[in-house]
Every structure is written in C-alpha cells, then in structure tokens.
Design a protein around this ligand. Structure first.
Ligand code: ADP
Length: 241
C-alpha cells in the first residue's frame, strides 16, 4: 500500500548512545499505531527517523514501495509527505485558521478559486468552522491542535507522526480530542504513528500498540492482546492503569 510504513532493523544513535536498537515495525496503510514506553526509551528518536529529521545509523525505513532510508538512501523530510504534530502545535501567529489552510493549499498549487471551499471543508471536518477567522492567540489548546491536524491533513500528509499532541491538554479535552484525531486521520486514510504517555489514549485509540523499552520493541499487539497477556512489567503497569 502506498502509505504503509515498514521499518527494518532500525538503529539510531547519538554518539555512543543507541537510542533505537535494531527495531522492526510495520504500520499498515490507514492504521493507528500507538507507541508507548518509559521516558528515554527512544520513542521520539523513532519518530524523528521516520520524519527524516534524524539519519539512522543502520536499517531501513520504507513508505509503501518507496525507500526513505537505507545505507545509500536518505529522502529529505519535505519529500516524505509527513505531518508531525507535537505538544506545541507550531501555528503561525499572524494567520487566521482559514488563512493557515488557504496558505498550505496555495503552496500545493491548488487554484485560488478552489482554496476557500477546500479550506472551509477541512475546518468543518475538525469542527473548527466557527473559528475560521480566529488567530492562534484566540484559540484554546484543543482548538489549536484541531487546526494543526487540519493543516497537516490538507497539506496532503499520508503519514501522521504524533508526539504527545494531547500532552498539554486537560483530561476532559484529551478524551474529547483523541477520538477526533483518530476519526479524521482515519477518514483521510492517513497512517498514524502516535507516541503517548497516557495509558487510556494508548488503549482506546490504537489499532495496534507498540511497547518500546530501551530502544527495542518488547510487545506489539491489539489493546486487548496487551491487556490479556502483558509481556513486561512496564506493559502490565500500563494496562492496569
Ligand atoms: P523518549 O522519546 O522515549 O523519551 P528519546 O528518543 O527522546 O526517548 O531518547 C532516547 C535516548 O536517546 C535517551 O537515552 C536520550 O537521553 C538520548 N537522546 C535523545 N536525544 C539526544 C540528543 N540530542 N543527544 C544525545 N542523546 C540524546
């Protein structure tokens, strides 16, 4: 499939520190994969490798048939059609919500006459139509993340990398926004790699949960499989919470 992600024997290092150690993982097209692990286990480094921001020391990353990284290949981040959303949504302070999306469409070469309708349609999809003329300083934390999601998807991202996107939101908003991200990304057919510290996010949003500890995968499975047979004390603690 064109936007399935396949990672084989990935090694990523900072000097002598091996942050990711021969890690292999497959995310099917459109799948929502949640990555959990203790702090310092290599989750962010893994996402940065997939984004093309950190060049692996070994192994292979492919998107569909296209190799992004191997011994001889390193596709630049801007050529990967990836959207990355972190705790800080990184919005453009001087632009309204609508202008954010229209700007991205302009960069994609969409005709001026079509930009407004497409941008409004995407704002509707993330329930932000009523905030079209608001700037980031006038948006709540949850609305800002909805706009970041809309911007990533309207940019044509077929792969979404989420690094604790709900991390700074209060619990009620997390529970509300998590399913929105899952639903909207799913509707667009995007493959999602989602790093979270929150066990409830992991177990409620994931098609597949991947536990990473000390740079290696210790368990992969559906939320139910992890619940019924946790492979490590860390996973057992996550599913108990
Ligand atoms: P996580 O996202 O799971 O918290 P990271 O991928 O951030 O883990 O870090 C994995 C390991 O790599 C940790 O041991 C961390 O200290 C180390 N590390 C991360 N970034 C750097 C860096 N820029 N320089 C040196 N070591 C780093």
């Amino acid at each position: 499939m064109p936007n399935a992600i396949t990672i084989d024997n990935l090694v990523a290092a900072y000097g002598n520190v091996r942050a990711v150690d021969k890690l292999s993982l497959h995310a099917a097209a459109g799948e929502h994969v949640v990555i959990i692990g203790p702090s310092g286990s290599g989750k962010t480094t893994l996402l940065r490798c997939v984004a093309g921001l950190h060049r692996p020391a070994g192994g292979r990353i492919a998107c569909g048939e296209r190799v992004w990284d191997d011994r001889t290949t390193h596709v630049a981040p801007e050529q990967r059609q990836i959207g990355m959303i972190a705790q800080n949504p990184g919005l453009w302070p001087h632009m309204t919500a609508l202008q954010h999306l229209r700007f991205v469409l302009r960069c994609r070469g969409v005709k001026r006459s079509q930009r407004d309708a497409q941008a409004r349609e995407m704002l509707t999809l993330v329930s932000m139509f009523h905030r079209a003329s608001h700037r980031p300083s006038e948006l709540s934390g949850g609305e800002a993340q909805r706009l970041a999601l809309a911007r990533a998807l309207i940019a044509g991202s077929r792969v979404l990398l989420l690094d604790e996107p709900l991390g700074q939101l209060d619990i009620a908003l997390r529970r509300e926004l998590g399913p929105v991200i899952r639903e909207v990304a799913g509707r667009m057919g995007a493959t999602v790699l989602h790093v979270t510290h929150d066990p409830a996010d992991a177990l409620s949003l994931a098609d597949t949960v991947v536990a990473v500890e000390n740079g290696v995968i210790t368990q992969v499975g559906s939320p139910d499989a992890l619940r019924s047979k946790p492979a490590t004390p860390f996973v057992a603690q996550v599913v108990r919470t």
